[in-house]
Write a protein that binds this ligand. Structure first.
Ligand SMILES: [Zn+2]
Length: 296
């Protein structure tokens, strides 16, 4: 399953990060490989600090650990296992549940759930890779009826706008965002963030897209057709996303994080760089995040 991604094999991963020291050294490299900048006084020089792999400012003596101010901040369980969670979340084609992580790593399920939520925060789109060329956009409803089938009561419907980049063989990029209304403001905000203004965008004839032709000069509106027959790639992508979501988690209250996770993995599968390494860079550059702030 891992081979699809140009990333570390499980064997390489195990060799490289077999101890807490290995993990700290890698985090230190990601954090200070391009130089040190003291958070307290802005000084640019440091020496080795205590404990191992930390850096101490040579001006004010402030000491910072490799995990401080990253998403590894205050992780209370084995750092090697935290690395494994990032690895499995990044490289499993369809992601991994906290229950499965718990079984593989002999950690409490709640511990895996909490840390996985932090990893998902790092998977949020940077907005740096807008869709170019041929794009299609449509909205869809998540939850509602599907939740009803499962007999759940927390499944209020959520509206989601989805955009794809089309390439010859199908979909080469995918973004999805939960929106409150399918109006021009919400749809436009999503499209401006994720689609280049000169892309050839096709939407259905919903009135919310009309005003956006002012921004997207090549926007074309066509009839959707029966069950979206005129947008087969887009609708297949939406079906796959919904299918994954049903298998991974059963409620929609934290939908955006799951949409981000899915799109991140989908989009990275086309990129040359290693997905694990990319996610680690994001984990180190992200602001620390307390789990009590995550669930909203
Ligand atoms: Zn300092």
């Amino acid at each position: 399953m891992e081979q699809r991604f140009k990333s570390l094999s499980l064997f390489e991963f195990q060799e490289r990060y077999s101890s807490k020291g290995d993990c700290l050294a890698y985090l230190a490299e990601l954090k200070w490989g391009n130089g040190f900048l003291c958070r307290k006084c802005g000084h640019g020089k440091s020496c080795k600090g205590v404990p191992a792999a930390s850096r101490q400012c040579t001006s004010c003596n402030y000491t910072e650990s490799p995990t401080a101010n990253t998403l590894f901040h205050m992780v209370k369980f084995d750092l090697v296992k935290a690395f494994y969670i990032v690895y499995f979340v990044a490289t499993n084609k369809k992601g991994i549940t906290s229950t499965e992580l718990s079984r593989k790593l002999e950690l409490r399920q709640k511990t895996c759930w909490s840390f996985k939520r932090k990893v998902m925060k790092a998977m949020k789109s940077s907005g740096d890779h807008p869709i170019t060329g041929t794009a299609e956009v449509d909205e869809t409803v998540f939850g509602g009826q599907e939740e009803g089938v499962r007999g759940r009561k927390n499944g209020s419907k959520k509206l989601v706008v989805v955009g794809i980049q089309k390439k010859k063989k199908g979909v080469s990029r995918l973004y999805a965002r939960e929106i409150s209304h399918a109006d021009a403001a919400s749809l436009g905000d999503f499209m401006k963030h994720h689609i280049a203004v000169d892309a050839n965008v096709t939407t259905d004839q919903w009135s919310g897209y009309g005003p956006l032709a002012k921004v997207f000069e090549n926007l074309v509106q066509i009839p959707s057709g029966k069950k979206g027959a005129n947008f087969p790639d887009l609708h297949r992508a939406i079906m796959n996303l919904k299918g994954w979501l049903r298998g991974m988690h059963h409620h929609v209250w934290d939908l955006q994080d799951y949409l981000d996770e899915y799109c991140y993995r989908f989009n990275r599968s086309f990129m040359k760089e290693g997905i694990f390494e990319n996610l680690m860079i994001r984990m180190v550059n992200a602001s620390p995040c307390l789990i009590k702030n995550i669930s909203n």
